[in-house]
Design a protein around this ligand. Structure first.
Ligand code: FES
Ligand code: FES
Length: 165
């Protein structure tokens, strides 16, 4: 049965009629065209679909769009500043080569931002544990850990976008 869902996505109010069973990830990708949020599995294991719902990381394949009604959603497309300046965590992934094919990267970045929100200096173990729900089949994680560490320092150094989320 169709239902109307309304939410704020990357700062813009959106409202669409969807089937009740529509997943949030499907809503973002197919109804809003925000294909930076990826789908890498059908078992809720890979984390490629992570977005922020009211400031917290959520696997968008585990939630119905209707459950996000009224929420504030941030996707990977909503992180950079309007002039194209990358979010500090995005910049750190680029700087530290925290990706190869890039498929896992949007989910990694979204999870990493939430992970370090309250922790300017996470240990390697905290980062690895915090990203347990995100699978990368390319990098061996070493550079991802380095990127998250650097991103955490940059976020807490600049403070700008962290406070805004
Ligand atoms: S698509 Fe794999 S966890 Fe959501
Ligand atoms: S960079 Fe390819 S899956 Fe992570």
């Amino acid at each position: 049965m169709p239902c109307t869902v309304s939410m704020t996505v990357n700062g813009k109010a959106v409202s669409r009629e969807v089937e009740e069973r529509t997943l949030l990830v499907t809503f973002l990708r197919e109804h809003l065209g925000l294909t930076g949020t990826h789908v890498g599995c059908d078992t809720s294991q890979c984390g490629a679909c992570v977005v922020h719902v009211d400031g917290r990381s959520v696997k968008a394949c585990t939630m119905l769009a209707a459950q996000a009604d009224g929420a504030q959603i941030t996707t990977i497309e909503g992180l950079a500043a309007s002039d194209g300046t990358l979010h500090p965590m995005q910049a750190a992934f680029r700087e530290h080569h925290g990706l190869q094919c890039g498929f896992c990267t949007p989910g990694m970045v979204m999870s990493a931002i939430d992970l370090v929100k309250d922790n300017a200096s996470p240990t390697e173990q905290e980062i690895r544990e915090g990203l347990e729900g995100n699978i990368c089949r390319c990098t061996g994680y070493h550079n991802i850990v380095k990127a998250v560490k650097a991103g955490a320092e940059a976020m807490h150094g600049s403070g700008a976008k962290v406070a805004a989320e």
